[in-house]
Design a protein around this ligand. Structure first.
Ligand SMILES: C[S@@+](CC[C@H](N)C(=O)[O-])C[C@H]1O[C@@H](n2cnc3c(N)ncnc32)[C@H](O)[C@@H]1O
Length: 219
């Protein structure tokens, strides 16, 4: 197939219509979203209103006791995922960039979720063995090069019937369309998608939302 980079998998008019018919962010999330676009480098990393609402919906449908996130950035998706937590539920989020610690901590406090979200600063693969929990819901959204490592390390930490969501799984379409030179991230994501597809431990669905979400349910 020809070389192609895609920024919208869904026609922009349809995307726009879908966003206009999706419940909007609350004031706290809208403020965090706006602030991130004004002040941060790479604001595209943010889940944003539409994907954030989907994460919130999934969490609210599941009502999880324990949620894990790998890759917090400014804390936006962690806050969305925490919305559905059971009363005594907890969300662990791991972020490698220590410069983001104060920003995430403030975002969590602004959302009134201090007692619900535990922030771990460090490399996820080093932090994960110290988190002694079984998770109902996991969101993987960090360095793509480690996606297979995250998937394999996290799967035993997920209860039967639990869900793992992996973001950026279509990688701007690079996993589909041939590139002049296959970069390491694209190669890893292609390998992961094939691994998940053939993995008898899960059933899965790939949604072409934003940059692609792979949803896996542990059997
Ligand atoms: C795409 S952003 C996360 C966006 C966030 N989940 C959201 O949707 O709003 C990816 C984040 O993963 C972090 N990250 C990258 N490598 C990591 C690693 N090895 N361990 C933990 N976090 C990492 C980056 O610093 C960055 O903040």
């Amino acid at each position: 197939m020809e070389k192609k980079i895609i920024t919208n998998f869904v026609h922009p008019d349809i995307e726009d219509y879908a966003e206009k018919h999706t419940s909007p962010e609350n004031e706290v999330m809208a403020k965090l979203n706006r602030w991130t676009h004004l002040r941060m480098t790479r604001p595209r990393m943010l889940s944003g209103a539409y994907q954030g609402k989907l994460l919130e919906m999934i969490s609210c449908m599941m009502q999880p006791s324990r949620v894990l996130e790998i890759g917090a950035y400014v804390g936006y998706s962690a806050i969305c995922l925490a919305k559905g937590l059971k009363q005594d539920g907890l969300l662990h989020t791991i972020e490698a960039d220590e410069e983001l610690e104060d920003i995430i901590t403030k975002a969590i406090a602004d959302a009134n979720l201090n007692d619900k979200i535990i922030l771990h600063i460090g490399e996820a693969l080093k932090v994960l063995p110290d988190i002694n929990e079984m998770f109902d819901l996991v969101f993987i959204d960090a360095d793509k090069i480690n996606y297979i490592n995250y998937y394999e390390q996290v799967l035993p930490m997920v209860r039967q019937g639990g869900i793992i969501i992996l973001d950026n799984i279509l990688w701007s379409g690079k996993v589909v369309y041939e590139q002049p030179k296959l970069d390491k991230e694209t190669a890893t994501l292609m390998q992961l998608n094939d691994l998940v597809q053939n993995d008898p431990r899960v059933e899965n669905i790939l949604l072409p939302i934003r940059d692609g979400l792979m949803i896996c349910r542990k059997l």
